[in-house]
Design a protein around this ligand. Structure first.
Ligand code: PLP
Length: 396
C-alpha cells in the first residue's frame, strides 16, 4: 500500500509538509514562556478565521465531537430545551449527544439533502413565547450530505422572533474552507476540529465563544471538568494551559492559520469553490447529481454523489481503496449505499482534484456504471482551464 496518493475524504484532510514538520516538535516545557510563542499566534489566527473580534477561542486536546460537548456542557443545564434539525449524520449525532446529556431536544426532522429549516426554526422560536428554548443548534456544513446551511438566515430568524436563545454552530467541515462570520452572524458557540479545513492531524477541538456564551457559563449546571471553559480561560490569561497541551498540534495550528491567512481567506474560499465546481461539472457529465437538493445548498468542501438505481455507492469507495489506493467517503446513515462522498477541502489543487475524479471514474467503470472514462475529468478540466485563464486575466 502506498501513502503517496492524496485522500479525497471529507476529513481528515491532506497534511501539507510544512504543517507536518511544524507538528514534529522536541519536548518543551509548556509552563515556560516558549509555549506562548506559538500558542498565542495560533489562537489569534483562529479568531481571524472565525471573523470575531469580541469572541474568544479555546482549544482542547480532543476532536470536533469534544467541541460539541464542551459547547453544551459549559452553557446548559440538564432539562434545558434545545432546538435542532436532523438532516444528516452529523446533526443526528449532535442531537444524540444532547439527549445523552439530559437536554430536552425539540427536533425538526428535515430530508437528508435539505438545509437547516430556517422557516421552521423561526416558527418554533415565535411559538416559544416563554423563551424555554435556551439553545439553537445548527450544522453549518452537513458532511454526510454535502449540504451548506444559511447561518445568516438562522440569525435573522432568531432576531425576527426576538428570541434570546444562544446560537451554536457546528463548523467542523466548513471553518477554514468556507466563509464563516462569527460576529456578523451572532454565533455564540462555533465549533471546529483540527483535521479538516485546518489541514492538521486529528487531536484538537477548536471552540469560539461569544461574550453571551461566557455569561451563560455562570448559570450552566451540566458537569464539566476536562472541558471546563473556566479553567481554560484562567490559564490562557497567563499564556498557559490548565493541563498538558499537545504542543506539536498547537505549533502546527499556528503554521496552519498562518498559511490560510497568507493565502488570503477570500482566495482560500474561492479555491474551495473552484475545486467543488469542477467536481460538480464532472458529476453532471457522468449523468449523476449531488445529494444536496438545490444549488444554494451545494457545499464547497464535500459532495455526496447520488449513485444510479441498482448500484451501491459503498462499492465505489471499496474498489477505489483496494484497487487504486485512493480514499473516498462512504454514505452514512440514511444515505448509506445511496451515495459516495468526494471530499474537496484542505490542501488540494485543481491537478490533485483531477486525479481523484479520474480514480472515481475507473472505480465506477470497474463496477459497470454507465460512465465514459474521461467524461467527468474532461468537464472538470474544461472548467479549471477557464477558471485559470480568468484568474490570469484578472492579474494582468
Ligand atoms: C467531522 C465532523 C464532526 C466530528 O468531528 P470529529 O473530529 O470526528 O470528532 C462533527 N461535525 C461535522 C460537520 C463533521 O464534519
Amino acid at each position: 500500500m502506498s501513502f503517496q496518493n492524496p485522500v479525497f475524504i471529507p476529513g481528515p484532510t491532506n497534511i501539507p509538509d510544512v504543517i507536518r514538520k511544524a507538528c514534529d516538535m522536541p519536548t518543551i516545557d509548556h509552563r515556560s514562556s516558549l509555549f506562548a510563542q506559538f500558542f498565542v499566534p495560533a489562537i489569534e489566527g483562529v479568531r481571524k478565521i472565525l471573523k470575531t473580534t469580541t469572541g474568544e477561542v479555546i482549544l482542547f486536546p480532543s476532536t470536533g465531537t469534544g467541541g460539541w460537548e464542551a459547547a453544551l456542557s459549559n452553557t446548559l443545564s440538564a432539562g434545558d430545551t434545545v432546538l435542532a434539525a436532523r438532516h444528516g449524520m452529523f446533526s443526528h449525532r449532535w442531537i444524540d449527544m444532547c439527549q445523552r446529556h439530559g437536554l430536552d431536544v425539540q427536533v425538526i426532522e428535515a430530508p437528508w439533502g435539505a438545509g437547516a429549516p430556517v422557516a421552521a426554526f423561526e416558527a418554533a422560536l415565535r411559538a416559544d413565547t416563554g423563551h424555554k428554548i435556551k439553545a439553537l443548534l445548527v450544522t453549518h456544513n452537513e458532511t454526510a450530505t454535502g449540504v451548506k446551511s444559511d447561518i445568516a438566515g438562522v440569525r435573522r430568524a432568531l432576531d425576527a422572533a426576538g428570541h434570546p436563545a444562544l446560537l451554536y454552530v457546528d463548523g467542523v467541515s466548513s471553518i477554514g474552507s468556507m466563509d464563516f462570520r462569527m460576529d456578523e452572524w451572532g454565533v455564540d458557540l462555533a465549533i471546529a476540529g483540527s483535521q479538516k479545513g485546518f489541514m492538521l492531524p486529528a487531536g484538537l477541538a477548536i471552540v469560539g465563544i461569544s461574550p453571551k456564551a461566557i455569561a451563560a457559563m455562570d448559570s450552566a449546571k451540566l458537569p464539566r471538568t476536562f472541558f471546563d471553559f473556566r479553567d481554560m480561560r484562567n490559564s490562557y490569561a497567563n499564556g498557559g494551559f490548565p493541563y498538558t497541551p499537545p504542543v506539536g498540534l498547537i505549533n502546527g495550528l499556528a503554521t496552519s492559520v498562518g498559511m490560510l491567512l497568507d493565502e488570503g481567506l477570500d482566495t482560500v474560499f474561492a479555491r474551495h469553490h473552484r475545486l467543488a465546481e469542477g467536481v460538480r461539472r464532472a458529476i453532471a457529465a457522468w449523468g449523476m447529481t449531488p445529494c444536496a437538493h438545490s444549488v444554494d445548498l451545494y457545499s464547497d468542501t464535500v459532495t455526496a454523489v447520488v449513485v444510479p438505481e441498482g448500484f451501491n455507492g459503498t462499492d465505489v469507495v471499496n474498489v477505489a481503496a483496494t484497487k487504486y489506493g485512493v480514499a473516498f467517503g462512504v454514505g452514512l446513515g440514511e444515505v448509506a449505499g445511496k451515495v459516495f462522498r468526494i471530499g474537496h477541502l484542505g490542501s488540494l489543487t485543481d491537478v490533485m482534484m483531477l486525479s481523484g475524479l479520474a480514480t472515481a471514474e475507473m472505480a465506477m467503470k470497474d463496477l459497470g456504471y454507465p460512465v465514459t472514462l474521461g467524461s467527468g475529468v474532461a468537464a472538470a478540466q474544461d472548467y479549471y482551464r477557464k477558471a485559470a485563464d480568468a484568474a490570469q486575466m484578472a492579474a494582468e
